[in-house]
Design a protein around this ligand. Structure first.
Ligand SMILES: *Cc1c(COP(=O)(O)O)cnc(C)c1O
Length: 458
């Protein structure tokens, strides 16, 4: 069908917000590997995970067989405040590029957290409240996840304790104040409140922290405080499940006009937006119904898929979290200090890792100056100031569209625009001032962090 009369924005009605999440694991022949207990290295079941996570979320985490899981009404009501998210036809970008390609993006930045993270935050806070808990703990890096969880916790009236990587806490006071406005307590990590925080501070005086370290602190507080559980904003199977609202809506919107994407692109940090976007399409691919080219885009400075190892690894620095089998750079890996573009986690979703390992998707890495060039180009014609993370996907979408310009192919490209960049102005400033550089870790550096991978014989 001709794609010349497609509106700029394809909206769905409220009624078309998905009523169920789609669990892509149900259609995977090779399931993602189980989480392992960090002390015994044995697979963890429901009871093992109960001190850390909420009961209902553990069930979702362990469920490899139920294809569709109902979205509770109260969560759908919350979704209605900011969903369905628009699917936008990037006519202006296509014109600026002079490409015959048709470009669509699913925009998830239309809420105060500025990203897709709210889609899972509300779910995790909801199940914590259902279980009668007092509150939740978590970590945050740049602050999108912490903000999303603060919003969800405020809405449901539960407490929210956020451990924020110290360097971000100091350099990004704006998101910190948004979180506090929503009633969350925000502590710079490593702190002196936890055993692991005190240990890390003693071993590395003056450290500005890392995500892996903040996770350890948040887990420790959750397990030692009555009525609290730990929640995580990416990587886990349950988070990817919640984020399938992105892909289900995108597919429903495209289906209305009979459009089938050839290429689907998403940025990959821990893999939750990408997994959520591609799940319904991947399901068709796994069932042999259709084929799509699916591409994960990651920073060249934190290349988990493209240069990492597929192995069991720790999810945190303090080694208190379960181990996950995933593409990883080693839990000690910290991207270079000049990396401003987000997506800095050392590991990757076990679901996406398995799918990539089995050849169902590709991955590419891009350098941050090229990412910000794409961000600028996009902002100038499409009107949205994109998050640096999202701009990794923009980079690849533009590159694919330019290939079409050369070959004359009219491919249809769908990408995830995960959020807005209003809190990333320091990074934009660096780019505008010509002070942004690219740093690609050497093989020696990666080998050093691979050497710390745990020895697991499973
Ligand atoms: C957190 C975040 C990401 C990366 O997380 P994933 O789990 O890989 O999706 C991407 N874009 C934005 C705007 C984010 O806030």
């Amino acid at each position: 069908m001709s794609q010349n009369n497609i509106p700029y924005k394809i909206y769905l009605s409220e009624d078309e917000i998905p009523k169920q999440w789609y669990n892509v694991r149900a259609d995977m022949k090779n399931k993602p590997a189980p989480l392992l207990n960090p002390a015994t290295l044995q697979p963890m079941g429901f009871d093992d995970l109960r001190p850390v996570f909420c009961d209902e979320l553990i069930k979702q985490e362990l469920d490899d067989t139920t294809a569709y899981i109902d979205i509770p009404d109260e969560i759908r009501s919350f979704y209605k405040m900011y969903r369905p998210a628009p699917l936008v036809r990037a006519y202006c970008l296509e014109k600026a590029l002079g490409t015959p390609a048709k470009i669509y993006y699913k925009f998830e930045g239309n809420n105060t957290s500025g990203s897709h993270k709210l889609n899972s935050a509300i779910v995790q806070a909801y199940y914590a409240k259902q279980q009668g808990l007092k509150g939740v703990t978590t970590e945050t890096g740049a602050g999108q996840w912490g903000t999303a969880l603060s919003m969800a916790s405020a809405y449901l009236g539960i407490d929210c304790k956020v451990y924020m990587v110290k360097v971000s806490y100091e350099q990004k006071p704006f998101r910190r104040e948004v979180m506090r406005t929503y009633g969350a307590s925000v502590t710079p990590s490593p702190s002196m409140d936890t055993e692991i925080g005190r240990k890390i501070n003693a071993e590395h005086p003056g450290t500005t922290g890392s995500l892996g370290c903040a996770i350890s602190e948040a887990v420790e507080v959750a397990t030692k405080t009555e009525g609290y559980r730990y929640v995580l904003g990416s990587v886990l199977n349950q988070v990817l499940l919640h984020q399938t609202v992105i892909g289900l809506e995108a597919k429903a919107a495209l289906d209305k006009y009979g459009i089938t994407p050839d290429i689907i692109i998403g940025c990959a940090g821990g893999g939750s937006n990408l997994g959520g976007l591609i799940s319904p399409f991947m399901g068709e691919k796994l069932r042999g119904e259709k084929d799509y080219q699916i591409i994960a885009i990651e920073p060249a400075s934190c290349p988990s898929f493209t240069r990492g190892k597929f192995a069991y690894d720790f999810c945190d620095t303090g080694m208190v979290c379960p181990l996950a089998k995933m593409y990883t750079l080693g839990s000690n890996f910290i991207p270079s200090a000049n990396h401003a573009g987000g997506l800095r986690y050392h590991g990757m979703s076990p679901i996406l890792s398995q799918l990539y390992h089995d050849g169902y998707m590709e991955a590419r890495s891009v350098e941050q100056t090229a990412v910000f060039e794409a961000a600028e180009q996009f902002a100038r014609v499409e009107g949205i100031l994109p998050a640096p993370e999202s701009s990794h996907a923009i980079r690849a979408a533009i590159d694919e569209a330019l290939k079409c310009k050369e070959t004359g192919e009219e491919k249809t490209i769908l990408f995830g625009l995960t959020g807005t960049g209003y809190f990333d102005i320091v990074a934009y400033q660096k780019f505008n001032d010509g002070e942004m550089s690219d740093y690609i870790p050497t093989d020696e550096e990666l080998e050093k962090s691979f050497a710390t991978l745990p020895k697991v014989n499973i």
